[in-house]
Design a protein around this ligand. Structure first.
Ligand code: HEC
Ligand code: HEC
Length: 394
């Protein structure tokens, strides 16, 4: 890793909102989704150097949101941005352009296609394959891997925001300034081609229109170049995803308002700018943006429950004798489990978690030896021990 790099998760940790959980469905009952969740956390699907550095989808798209801290000198121009088609991860995919892009949030992904900031991929499956094979030099993913990853990511939801009604209008209880900002948001401006902000950021369609527009935020590579069109991004959750625009060039929502006012000659007064900003901050806010930790829900326990869920897909994979996907799972989860143990506050329980990681590694070893009886036995032992640890560990 180049000196000065930071690939670690954020603190506070973004809250992950999954559609099936809101409907009361347990992830262990959705093996394909749980497997996709595991892949989203697995550096094993990438080639080197990403794999050796322990980089996974979740490193950048932390809990479906943005890792605002991510920084790799030479590949990032500022925290939260990365050049995913440069030489750093895969020389053969190098586009020879130094063009780091601010990491987008993946919240509400099933409503935000097409994919890529310029919308160049209609299909999430094609986009994901491109990420694995071209951007990060991984081996060709199997159809099951792509189905699983896509199935998982389509469950990402926006953060609930009770300041908005179901149709995206502001609820009554908001301050007057925000309501006046909403009116400005819906006002047509000559500088926007007689459109309003709401023409593109459509309030009852998650504040986007699934179209690409050149709003002049990309400096053209040459005079007359047409490469500046970008998908309208959602404004939901944006209170927590600064900086803004594809290149992260604007550090606050107030700066975005100022940018539109100046470049599109909107002619807003100082008060109107403040009101429009108050509106954006309200739309972009959430009832609970971050994971809340306490004595019960510790960082260790959260990860432990996640890893146990990933492992639960063995109940489906072992009877199918699916060696390839089992090994991908055991290689990923055994390593993560051992790493998770190091975050435990309960030091005396640590050795038990290390032993549990070895149980899972033993499932993999047995599968490599084609000894399915031993694999099943280690998996059964894992489940019993994991249940016991879950009760006591923190
Ligand atoms: C090193 C950081 C990094 C990693 C690792 C990473 N991404 Fe991304 N991701 C980005 C950046 C930057 C963009 C914006 C790129 C663009 O628009 O061309 C992006 C864009 C996306 C988008 C498009 C979102 C949208 O709204 O258009 C999806 C989907 C996505 N990534 C999924 C994944 C998946 C799946 C993985 C793992 C297989 C992954 N990413 C790994 C940084 C990363
Ligand atoms: C013609 C369609 C269009 C109109 C009209 C429009 N936007 Fe946007 N908006 C976009 C696009 C495209 C981007 C992405 C720009 C980029 O990434 O460089 C964007 C980006 C933004 C962002 C940053 C989001 C992020 O996460 O980076 C905010 C905030 C925003 N617009 C607010 C507004 C406001 C306020 C108005 C009215 C003054 C407005 N927009 C009018 C299309 C539009």
């Amino acid at each position: 890793m180049p000196p000065g790099s930071d690939i670690f998760d954020q603190d506070p940790l973004p809250l992950l909102v999954l559609n099936f959980e809101e409907q009361g469905i347990d992830e262990t009952d959705l093996p394909l989704v749980a497997y996709g969740d595991m892949l989203f956390d697995s550096p094993q699907i990438f080639g080197n150097p990403a794999r050796n550095l322990g980089i996974a989808c979740s490193t950048c798209h932390n809990r479906s949101d943005v890792n605002q801290r991510l920084f790799i000198p030479g590949a990032s121009h500022q925290p939260g941005a990365i050049d995913v088609d440069g030489a750093f991860f895969n020389p053969i995919f190098n586009d020879r352009r130094d063009d780091p892009i601010d990491i987008p949030s993946l919240r509400g992904l099933r409503f935000t296609g097409p994919y890529g900031r310029d919308g160049r991929f209609a299909s999430l499956r094609d986009f994901s394959r491109n990420v694995i094979v071209n951007e990060f030099g991984g081996a060709e993913p199997t159809p099951l891997m792509l189905d699983a990853l896509v199935g998982y990511m389509l469950e990402f939801d926006f953060l609930p925001n009770s300041k908005l009604n179901a149709d995206g209008t502001l609820s009554e209880a908001n301050p007057d300034a925000a309501h006046r900002g909403e009116a400005i948001f819906n006002r047509p401006f000559a500088g926007l081609g007689d459109r309003s902000c709401a023409s593109c950021h459509v309030p009852d369609a998650n504040f986007l229109d699934r179209q690409a527009h050149d709003i002049g935020s990309v400096s053209p590579a040459y005079s007359g170049a047409r490469a500046g069109a970008l998908d309208t991004p959602s404004l939901l959750g944006t209170a927590y995803t600064a900086p803004y625009f594809h290149d992260g060039s604007l550090s606050t929502l107030a700066a975005v308002v100022e940018w539109f006012d100046e470049t599109k000659s909107l002619g807003l007064s100082e008060t109107e700018r403040t009101e429009l900003t108050a509106y954006l901050e309200t739309v972009g806010s959430a009832d609970e943006p971050y994971e809340k930790f306490d004595a019960e829900n510790t960082a260790f326990r959260l990860t432990f429950a996640e890893l146990a869920t990933f492992a639960s897909t063995l109940d489906t994979l072992l009877p199918r004798r699916d060696a390839e996907h089992i090994l991908l799972l055991t290689d990923t989860v055994a390593a993560d489990l051992a790493a998770d143990a190091s975050t435990m506050s309960n030091l005396t329980a640590r050795p038990e978690v290390y032993a549990l990681a070895e149980r899972l590694a033993a499932v993999g070893d047995a599968v490599r030896d084609d000894d399915w009886g031993a694999a099943e036995a280690s998996w059964t032992a894992f489940k019993t021990e994991a249940d016991a640890i879950e009760e006591r560990a923190f």
